[in-house]
Ligand binder design. Structure first.
Ligand SMILES: [Zn+2]
Length: 163
């Protein structure tokens, strides 16, 4: 069990599009195992490679019964709308309300390199969008209006200083 250090805002890796995952080997399996350990330790529901400092299109999640590894994820379709709180382990879990699609289908490769499609609703659907965004160098605060984005960053910086 290896818990990796979580990369935090404003580290530049969080703003870069990840490289595609091309090798589906024991190394990738070990990496995703570390990612799950790191995510559970931080009490998160999803973790992208960017969040442990790697510029790779890869994430793991375990959210409302949807547990998976997604390499090279793409959003296939979205439907509906949900409004709810969202936070990010890389920004100290400071929450902000963000409207997202309610139902989301992703297409990605598993640990063996097999492509699969998976649909999720509600919080798990939100997680698909949040983690796929990470793989593309986008943070959830990038979707917020400027003032609310600055509020999240301000609170995060304040908590860091106190921590
Ligand atoms: Zn995040």
């Amino acid at each position: 069990m290896t818990i990796r250090k979580i990369t935090e805002y404003p580290n530049e890796v969080l703003g870069k599009t990840g490289e595609p995952v091309t090798k589906f080997d024991a190394e990738l399996e070990a990496l995703t195992s570390d990612m799950f350990d790191t995510m559970y330790d931080a009490e998160g529901v999803g973790l992208a490679a960017q969040q442990i400092g790697l510029s790779l299109r890869l994430f793991v999640m375990d959210c409302e019964g949807v547990k998976l590894v997604a390499a090279n994820p793409e959003i296939v379709s979205t439907a509906g709308e949900q409004s709810g709180q969202e936070g990010c382990l890389s920004i100290g879990k400071v929450p902000a309300v963000l409207t997202r699609a309610e139902k989301v289908t992703i297409r990605a490769q598993d640990l063996k390199g097999e492509w699969f499609e998976r649909e999720a609703e509600g919080y798990a659907g939100r997680c698909f969008l949040h983690e796929t965004d990470h793989c593309n160098g986008t943070l959830f605060i990038d979707h917020l209006p400027k003032m609310r984005r600055e509020m999240v960053i301000k609170r995060f910086k304040k908590e860091k200083k106190w921590g």
